[in-house]
Design a protein around this ligand. Structure first.
Ligand code: HEM
Length: 517
């Protein structure tokens, strides 16, 4: 070692000592060390301030005493799992965490969860941080108060029974087409396949056809489906905060531009179609037709409201955004549950055969759906056990006195979590068991305690598509049950979950499908 030092390249051991040298080099060195010391002092003060602010906001709530400087729990939120969230839920009815200096309060109890959903004067939905960049800030989903209520009133007309009957025909056609493809693929290669992507494709084509009908060309459906996956990937609770090229949010914004172009095209085509006396074949047609009938009947200019192609496209985009991941999650878990509980699938089939009068090719109607109490119970229970949307981020618009002892500071994120309410053993005995029959007894605690069933949220922003969603799942699963047999090939991850905007089985759900005789 010593020889190494001896043989090292010659380094001047003595330094020049002339006064010229000192004034030229030593003085600036001392002023630069002052800058370094000052900068360090500022940084340390900011870091201390960060901790002080975090602790004062957190007050008595459970949660880490200190937050990791600057990024907080960013690393944890990059790969969210139910297990990680359960840790927070189990720590208390309210618990605190900080990510990139955003202060977040998680609510786990039914009382606080419902309080957040139903306190529009204190908190409003903010979806995920990236949502405004992706959905556009002027999108109706970001409205609040009376303007939001008025806008929703218009959109409610898109979910009337008459409109749902039109959508149901499309759902039936698209589901049959996709299952026929699943069966054809299985014939070529009978090995088990993940249905994560194939279910998403089924769901996306259904949504696009129901919303836009033939106003989107066939070859564009897979293009939008592929691009929409980029949007889904940017819907994590926490994302890298800047939309730099290559980030998820940047990719999602580019994808949205393409999707919006086609949705605006569809709105324009629908207006032409209805003006030419065409039939109502999709949601856009129903909407345009409703607007035209208001135009001719309403005398008050206040109730007349025109919607540009861009506004209509944004509404459809919001519906895709709100439905695609949640519906895919709902359908995938139904396939998994039906396969894992053959007695349930047997009862579903018995009911299907009854309502179809033995004719499996019979298209689904609303009257048939009304006659399927067991299917509804099976869907409700599947959504309860694996709620697609486990939590809905809200933002406090002012200090929110959520409990007697704690006030959530203004501009914090408050997250109502629906999972604990849906697994409350007082309301749902043996909460982890898949028991559709609990919904068939009107006196069961499940039925007498509706405040716990928060799958679709609660309050002014409660899901506008509840009926639509239930109808789509009943149609898709009804047809699957009469067209196909499927076997769930379990893996060690089948019961684990992964959150990709919504809740999914971690292994993507491997199924082996075959035609039903
Ligand atoms: C299984 C399927 C679905 C689930 C689990 C689900 C769940 C939810 C939840 C939890 C919320 C937030 C509610 C709140 O803040 O109180 C929501 C909002 C919403 N959902 Fe759904 N949803 C589903 C399907 C759909 C479908 C099919 C559509 C449209 C066709 C849709 C459209 C919306 C819209 C537009 C909102 C925002 C409403 C507003 O802010 O006024 N959802 N949904």
């Amino acid at each position: 070692m010593a020889s190494l030092w001896k043989n090292s390249p010659s380094v001047p051991l003595s330094t020049p000592t002339s006064s010229t040298f000192q004034s030229a080099f030593i003085q600036p060195a001392s002023s630069s060390s002052t800058i370094v010391v000052t900068s360090l002092a500022v940084i340390v003060s900011l870091l201390v301030l960060e901790q002080v602010v975090y602790r004062s906001k957190k007050a008595s709530l459970p949660g880490d005493k200190w937050t990791i400087p600057i990024i907080g729990k960013f690393a944890d939120s990059r790969s969210p799992t139910l297990q990680k969230y359960m840790k927070s839920w189990n720590s208390g009815a309210l618990s605190a965490v900080s990510v990139f200096n955003i202060f977040i309060v998680m609510a786990s109890s039914n009382e606080y969860t419902r309080k957040i959903f139903n306190s529009p004067t204190y908190a409003e939905p903010c979806l995920v941080a990236s949502a405004k960049q992706i959905l556009l800030p002027e999108n109706w989903v970001f409205l609040t108060g009376k303007i939001h209520v008025d806008y929703r009133r218009v959109l409610n007309t898109l979910f009337t029974r008459k409109a749902l009957a039109v959508y149901l025909q499309t759902m039936d056609t698209v589901s049959r087409k996709h299952y026929a493809q699943w069966l054809a693929d299985a014939k070529k290669n009978p090995s088990p396949k993940q249905i994560m992507m194939t279910s998403r494709e089924l769901n996306m084509e259904t949504s696009l056809r129901v919303f836009c009908g033939k106003h989107i060309p066939d070859h564009i459906i897979p293009v939008i489906t592929d691009h929409y996956w980029l949007i889904t990937k940017a819907l994590q609770l926490v994302n890298f905060p800047f939309a730099l090229p290559g980030t998820n949010v940047y990719n999602a914004i580019q994808a949205r531009k393409l999707v919006m172009k086609w949705l605006e095209h569809a709105a324009a085509e629908s207006k032409k179609h209805i003006a030419a006396g065409g039939d109502i074949e999709c949601m856009l047609d129903a909407w345009v037709s409703e607007l035209r009938s208001q135009e001719s009947t309403s005398t008050s200019t206040a109730t007349k409201r025109d919607f540009s192609d861009h506004e209509m496209a944004m509404v459809v985009l919001s519906f895709l955004f709100a439905s695609q991941d949640a519906m895919s999650s709902g359908i995938i878990y139904l396939f998994q549950h039906f396969a894992d509980y053959p007695d349930v699938l047997a009862k579903v089939r018995e009911e299907q055969e009854k309502v179809r009068g033995g004719d499996v090719s019979k298209a689904m109607t609303l009257e048939m759906l009304d006659d399927m109490p067991y299917m509804k119970a099976a869907i409700k229970e599947s959504l309860r056990i694996k709620p697609p949307v486990t939590m809905v981020p809200y933002k406090t618009t002012r200090a929110f006195p959520i409990s007697d002892s704690y006030v959530v500071p203004a501009n914090s994120i408050v997250i109502p979590s629906v999972y604990p309410s849906l697994h409350d053993p007082e309301v749902y005995p043996s909460p982890s068991s898949y028991t559709p029959s609990r919904w068939l007894d009107p006196q069961s605690t499940a039925n007498t305690t509706p405040k716990n069933y928060l799958v679709f949220g609660s309050g002014p922003h409660k899901c506008i598509g509840v009926e639509y969603a239930m109808m789509h799942m009943a149609c898709a699963m009804g047809i699957a049950s009469v067209m196909m047999e499927w076997e769930h090939v379990r893996t060690e991850d089948s019961d684990d979950t992964e959150i990709i905007a919504a809740l999914f089985p971690k292994d993507g759900c491997y199924l082996k499908v075959s035609p039903r005789q």
